[in-house]
Design a protein around this ligand. Structure first.
Ligand SMILES: CC(C)(COP(=O)(O)OP(=O)(O)OC[C@H]1O[C@@H](n2cnc3c(N)ncnc32)[C@H](O)[C@@H]1OP(=O)(O)O)[C@@H](O)C(=O)NCCC(=O)NCCS
Length: 167
C-alpha cells in the first residue's frame, strides 16, 4: 500500500488511541471501543498527553486518512509501561488499520521511526505477545528478547529491546 509518512503530533491522539486499540488487541474483545481504553491507565498512558519531550512518532497516511501509527514514549516511574527496561528507553506502540495489515506499512513506519529515535535515544523497547506475528518484524529490525516471557492477561508476553550502537 502506498502511504506517506509524517511525524505524529499532539492532535493525533484520537488516531493513536485507535492504533493502540489494535496494538493491544482490544478489538478482539466484544463491545470494547477505542475510547474505553482511556479508562484503563495501563493502556491510556501510551497515548494521553502525547506530544511531550519524550514522545516521538510517525503516522502513515493514505491520501489524507491515517492508516497506521508507530510511536515511542518515555514511560518511567509509576507510569512504566509493559515493555519498560530502564528510565532512558522509550517504549514502542505500533499498529495499522486491519485493511492495511501485511502491506508493508508497518515496516515503513518502524524503519522511519527507528531512524528518528536513534538520534534522541539509546534504544527502544517493547512488549509483545509471543504468538504475535509482529514479533518477526521486530526481530528483523534488530530487537532482541531481554527477559523470560511472562504470563499476562491474554497470553504470554515478552519484552524486546533494540539498543542503538553508540557512534
Ligand atoms: C504489526 C503491524 C504494525 C505490522 O505492520 P504490517 O504493515 O502488517 O507489516 P509489514 O507488511 O510491513 O510486514 C510484515 C510483517 O508484519 C507482521 N504481521 C503481518 N501480519 C500481522 C498480523 N496480522 N498481526 C501482527 N503482525 C503481523 C509480521 O511480522 C510480518 O512479517 P512476516 O512476513 O515475516 O510474517 C501490523 O500487522 C498490525 O497492526 N498488526 C495488528 C496490531 C499488532 O499486533 N500490533 C503490534 C502489537 S505488539
Amino acid at each position: 500500500m502506498t502511504v506517506r509518512l509524517r511525524a505524529a503530533r499532539a492532535d493525533d491522539q484520537a488516531f493513536l488511541l485507535t492504533a493502540l486499540f489494535h496494538a493491544a488487541h482490544a478489538n478482539e474483545e466484544p463491545g470494547v471501543l477505542p475510547g474505553h481504553l482511556l479508562g484503563n491507565p495501563a493502556l491510556a498512558r501510551y497515548v494521553v498527553g502525547f506530544g511531550g519531550p519524550g514522545d516521538l512518532g510517525v503516522v502513515a497516511l493514505r491520501g489524507d486518512a491515517p492508516v497506521g501509527a508507530a510511536w515511542v514514549r518515555l514511560l518511567v516511574g509509576a507510569e512504566r509501561g509493559y515493555g519498560w527496561v530502564d528510565d532512558d528507553t522509550p517504549e514502542l506502540a505500533i499498529a495499522v488499520l486491519p485493511e492495511a495489515v501485511n502491506t508493508g506499512v508497518g515496516t515503513a513506519m518502524l524503519t522511519e521511526l527507528l531512524a528518528r529515535a536513534r538520534e534522541r535515544f539509546s534504544g527502544v523497547s517493547l512488549s509483545v505477545r509471543t504468538d504475535n506475528p509482529a514479533r518477526r518484524l521486530y526481530v528483523r529490525l534488530g530487537f532482541e528478547p531481554v527477559a523470560q516471557a511472562t504470563n499476562r492477561v491474554g497470553g504470554m508476553s515478552e519484552t524486546m529491546w533494540l539498543r542503538f550502537p553508540r557512534g
